[in-house]
Every structure is written in C-alpha cells, then in structure tokens.
Design a protein around this ligand. Structure first.
Ligand code: VG1
Ligand code: CO
Length: 542
C-alpha cells in the first residue's frame, strides 16, 4: 500500500519569507514536491494519527500537489487530512481550520500575490498547530533535511475525489473534504456586527470588492453579497482562475489600478477593496483616498473597539519593522504594548499566542488579529466596514481626523525587481559595512541619527533573528529602510521603504512622492542603487 522511493536532494529548497516559492517547472521536476513535503514531515515530531490540513489558492498545479500531499500524509502516518473542497482554502481560512479542528498543522499551497500559470509561480508553506507559519527553527530544519534526504514514502492509491464534501478513506487514512468558506464566514460573524454593516449597505452605502480572480472570490460572494446584502456586482473578478486571468493577483496601486481609478471618480462607490492570490492581503481605498496599509493598521487599531470581537480593547499592536510608525502613536495613546518584528507573519505568532498583541500589520497590505495566525484580507475589509457602519462617516473623514490627532506618516515603498542577485547582495553588504560611520553625518540636508542592521529578539521564546533589514533613521522621525525580498522567484528584489512623519495638519494634503522626495534622493545617495544595479527608477512604487 505504501512505497518507499529513493531520491536525491535538491540544494534550493530553502523556505523564504513565506514558504518555498519557485516557478512551476521547477516544482514539476521529478521528486521536487515529494522531497520538500517529506523534508517537512521529517522535521516534525509526534504527528502519527493526528490531523493535517491541506488547501491552496487554486493556482496552476494546486490540484496535483494536493494529491501528492494526501498520499504522502497517509504513508507518513497522519490519521486524518482535512482538505478544502477543490483543494481550495484561503490562507486565513486554512489557519482557522487548523485552529478550529485542533489539527497538528497544515500545508498551504500558494505563491500568494505572485502570478500563476504553467510558467509562473507556485509555493508550499507549512503551518504549525497554532495556525500560523512555521517559525524559523522549523523552516531551518526543513531546509537542512532537504539537503540530505535520500527517500520519501507515498501511498499507492488512486486520486482522492477532492470535489465532493464528505469523508473518504485513502490507504487507511481518513480524508474529509470541507466547504472552504463555511467555517471562515462563521468566524467573521462572531467578530463583526453584521447587522450594522447590513444596515449601512441598506442605507445606500456602495462598495466594490475585487478578488483579482483569486481565492477570495467565493468568500467575498458569500459574506458580502449573500450574508451582508450587498447587491450582486459588488464582488468583481470573483471566479478563481489557475492563472488569475493572466494578471498579478497583487492588490496594490499598480495591479489594482482599475479599482483605484474607479474610487477616484466622482460616481465611483463609497468604498473599494481587493485581496491577493491567497486572500491574506488587503487593499483599502475610500472614495477619493487610498489608505496606505501602514495607516490602515493604525486606523483599525484606533477604532477596533467598535467591533464586537474587539470591544474589550486591544492588548497590544505589532508591526513589521519596515511598516510605518503610525500604529506606534495609537499604541502610545491607548497605553498598550507595541512590538516591532521582522518582515513576515511568522514573527507575530508568539506575540499573539502569548496575548501580548491583538492586532498586527505589515506595510505590504497585510493586517490581521488574534482570530487566526495569518494576515487576513477580508477580515480587514470587514473591520473597516464595521467601523464605517458604526461611525457613519466616510473613510476620508476617518483618515483626516486620524492624522489631525496623531500626525501623518507619509509612506512609500520602492521595489527594484529582477535585479542581479550578486549586485543586490553587494549593495546591501556595502551599506552594512558603512553603518557605523553614518550617525551624525548628513545626506540631502537630512541628519542621520542612527543606522543599524535590524535584529529581532523575540520576547517570548528569546530567539534572535539577525539581518532583517537596514534602517537609517533621521532626526525628526523620518527614515529609509533597505532589504531584499524573500518571496521572489527570479533574481533579487531590492525594497526601499521611505517614511516621513509630519505632525503639522497644514501639511497633511501633500502628494506622497513629493512629500518624500528628499528622502528618496537620500536613499539613492546612501545605497548607490543606480551604480550597483544600473536602474535609475524602481519597477513598482506602492
Ligand atoms: C513580502 C512582504 C511581506 C509579506 C510577505 C508574504 O515579503 O514584504 O511583508 O509578509 O511578502 O506575503 P518579501 O520578503 O518579498 O518582502 V504573501 O501575501 O506573499 O504570503
Ligand atoms: Co498573500
């Protein structure tokens, strides 16, 4: 029933910021998927007879990998596997299923906002029993194992019918196919005041939710249109496609420009939102205003008590280091803890488990809370709607009032994609070497206060994560941050994060790039991006 297959290691199965991501043809190499999944299982202990969750964002190769994972789970001794119908589970829904059914862990198949299709991206991520991404200790063990693996085990059995809800057997193991939306929708009903949102929509408030042909289509339809009564047509691009219709399922101002333009037009809806490939990111645009993810985190934190799930208040807020300091000012006012973590959701898990943080966020359009252990796109949309339903003001009014109270953090990220890897590494190494000499010097008329290579000391498990981004802080609270992406699949991506704090309400209506112009020039002077990469402008500005 089970067979042992000899194999040889691949040397490139190192999980990045969020799991292993590669081009589909790389995953299609003989034994590539099997090696990685076996390396995951070999790095875990005590799962015999326990439950595994499997689901993905529906992209090209999802269904094939679900079958491989199922047969390997059976051969490795799992007692049961829960699979989203059709192999579908959004990342936050997978996190919820792991928690709700007390599973041992889960395999989430996704390359998130990266494009999908036969020559595009695929990914595999392992989540632990708290529903969150495996911590570095485990991902390092997986990588180490992948370099020495000599065999894997797999059931010799026909494919499982993953499209029919119910329980079946696979080589002695139970396989239960679940409705991917039901448990998640129930959780959202617990957290938010659906009656208030329904009343807001009934009063004529209009919205649009763009699923970008990715996984949140069925979730948006069920929750926004069916349960909250938004009219049909509110959800657009709601049919998940294996290649996302040929687009980048990345909800930012570049790839969701149509939505942005609509919200900026006089007859556009009151509120617009979008989510990414696997449903964990969110884009929030009020009529006439794009809310940056960093601002959204701060505004949601300041107003979260208006939603039933958070009426007791927040224990603390956590944000990734490159995320703007807007949320810090909210935490200060609320007199609650504020935590600064490295990029990637895996670093929030301990803070959430320990009850130290309630809401977390990243500048890359990720926001979430202790309801699951992943960022959650639709959750952020619903929290915004709940706040708007209670306050009955527009998103732009919420933003302006917020800035008047706390000051405004102008913020932008400049990405240089597909850069030569060696050149990108040299740029970072050069900058790192110069860090000790920077404080006290000036660039573009700005005086550098401190400069360091961010290291995180986890307050819960005391682990230390080094080299998490280079930050240069200027007098007055402005800063630039440099780091290399850990999710790309070709070459390197240099991310430059630029932030200026502006306390003066008279200066809250500036265009973002011009408000940051001197800092953007300072970033170039400091890092020599042009000299190192030959690029004179970023590929994507968000
Ligand atoms: C990017 C973002 C990071 C996010 C990660 C996974 O990582 O910057 O904030 O957590 O993607 O998000 P990197 O290493 O490329 O900067 V997702 O929605 O792609 O799972
Ligand atoms: Co994602």
């Amino acid at each position: 029933m089970f067979k042992t297959v000899p194999t040889t290691p691949f040397d490139d199965q190192k999980p990045g910021t969020s799991g292993l991501r590669k081009k589909v043809p790389e995953f299609q190499q003989k034994n590539y998927v099997e090696n990685f999944i076996q390396s995951v299982f070999d790095s875990l202990e005590g799962f015999k007879g326990k439950t595994l969750v499997i689901g993905g964002d529906g992209r090209y190769y999802n269904r094939e990998v679900v079958q491989i994972a199922l047969k390997m789970a059976a051969a490795n001794g799992f007692g049961k596997v829960l699979v989203g119908q059709g192999g579908i589970l959004s990342t936050p829904a997978a996190s919820n299923v792991i928690r709700k059914y007390k599973a041992f862990g889960g395999l989430v198949l996704s390359a998130s906002h990266n494009p999908g299709g036969p020559t595009e991206d695929f990914g595999i991520k392992y989540n632990i029993g708290n529903g969150g991404p495996a911590p570095e200790k485990i991902t390092e063990a997986i990588f180490a194992r992948s370099k020495t693996i000599t065999q894997y085990v797999i059931a010799e059995a026909p494919d499982v019918d993953i499209d029919t809800i119910g329980t079946q057997k696979l080589a002695g193991m139970d396989v239960e196919i679940l409705d991917p939306v039901a448990d998640y929708a129930a959780l959202m009903e617990e957290l938010f005041d659906f009656d208030a949102i329904r009343a807001l929509i009934k009063s004529g408030f209009t919205l649009r939710f763009d699923s970008m042909h990715a996984v949140t289509g069925p979730y948006g339809k069920e929750i926004l249109e069916h349960r909250l009564g938004a009219p049909e047509g509110t959800c657009v691009n709601f049919v998940p496609l294996p290649d996302f219709g040929g687009h980048h399922p990345d909800p930012n101002l570049v790839y969701a420009k149509d939505l942005y333009d609509l919200l900026m037009s006089p007859d556009g809806p009151d509120f617009g939102a979008a989510s990414d490939g696997d449903g964990d990111r969110n884009l929030i645009i009020g009529k006439g205003i794009f809310i940056t993810p960093s601002d959204s985190l701060a505004m949601l934190a300041a107003n979260a008590h208006l939603a039933p799930g958070y009426k007791a208040g927040l224990k603390g807020i956590a944000r990734s280091m490159p995320t703007s300091g807007a949320a810090d000012r909210v935490a200060e006012k609320l007199k609650i803890g504020m935590y600064e973590t490295p990029t990637g959701w895996k670093f929030f898990g301990n803070l959430l488990d320990a009850g130290m943080a309630t809401i977390c966020g990243e500048e890359s359009a990720g926001t979430g809370s202790n309801h699951v252990r992943e960022k959650d796109g639709l959750w952020a949309v619903l929290l915004w709607l709940n706040i708007l339903a209670v306050r009955r003001v527009s998103a732009i009014e919420i933003a302006k009032e917020h800035w008047a109270t706390y000051g405004r953090n102008y913020y932008s990220r400049h990405d240089y994609e597909g850069v030569d890897t060696a050149a990108a590494n040299t740029l970072i190494d050069d900058l790192r070497a110069r860090l000790p000499k920077l404080p006290g010097t000036s660039v573009q008329g700005l005086t550098i206060e401190t400069a360091d290579d961010f290291a995180y000391h986890d307050p819960v498990d005391k682990s230390v994560s080094k080299h998490q981004g280079i930050r240069v802080l200027f007098e007055g609270g402005s800063r630039v941050v440099f780091r290399l992406s850990g999710t790309g699949t070709s070459g390197a991506t240099i991310r430059v994060y630029v932030e200026r704090y502006e306390p003066d309400p008279k200066r809250h209506d500036l265009e973002t790039q011009s408000a940051l112009a001197d800092l953007i020039r300072a970033a170039e002077d400091l890092a020599g991006i042009k000299v190192h990469t030959g690029r004179d402008k970023p590929s994507v500005i968000t």
